[in-house]
Design a protein around this ligand. Sequence first.
Ligand code: KIV
Length: 260
Amino acid sequence: MELTDLIKKKRNGEKIAMITAYDFTQASIAGEAGIDLILVGDSLSMVIDGNDSTLPVSMEIMQYHTNIAVKGAKGVPVIADMPFLSYQTNLSDAIKNAGSFLKLGAKAIKIEGNLPELTKKLTSIGIPVMGHLGLTPQSVNQLGGYHLQGKDEKSAEKLLLAAKQLEEAGAFSIVLEAVPSHVAKLITESISIPTIGIGAGVYCDGQVLVYHDLLGLFDKFKPKFVKRYANLKRIAVDAIKTYSIEVKAGKFPDDKHSWK
Ligand code: KIV
């Protein structure tokens, strides 16, 4: 799949399924499952690094995970999330940082907020941009927490305008996070590029979930919009518990797993 196919999917009414993945194994599993897009999200700050927000994650960490996710993605386009302060400081930093992800094999980058000028510049030099509007976690301190956005008419209109500006600037898609379904519907119907929702209802052109949330690997908290399709943490804990018991009882390794 190419990023240019996404707009065709929107036109044909075909939904787009995106998931985050942060390493070779996760990206391979996502690819084998037939996912359309892989996002190396800065959510790894929370689900991999154990931080309370996405703010601490660095370019080096994002580059490392992009590199190893690309190796497993095999044909599924990988989008790299630009971490906090990697694109907000100045244009030169933003271009170099964004370009470094493409050098590692990512097909595009994602930036949070309404940044049409930066989007225009990056797309003009061949760096495809995915926007991210609504709840933008890098602005958690400004937003006063992880809350629903676009609740009143004024803020919904602001979101719609921002989406139109990003489309005009050349973004190929926009993530809508934590906005009411009817607002996401209005935005989705008002722009020609696909919207990818997370906590934005069913009317978006596609959906994204965090790998560890979808598989039930992360249970520190669970936002309303997360659906756990499995409970892999329980399975992992049980498996490791059995291993530990068998080691302590002298049952592992048995003959089957030893050389005579
Ligand atoms: O970092 C991330 O995983 C994201 C998605 C939740 C959209 O930005």
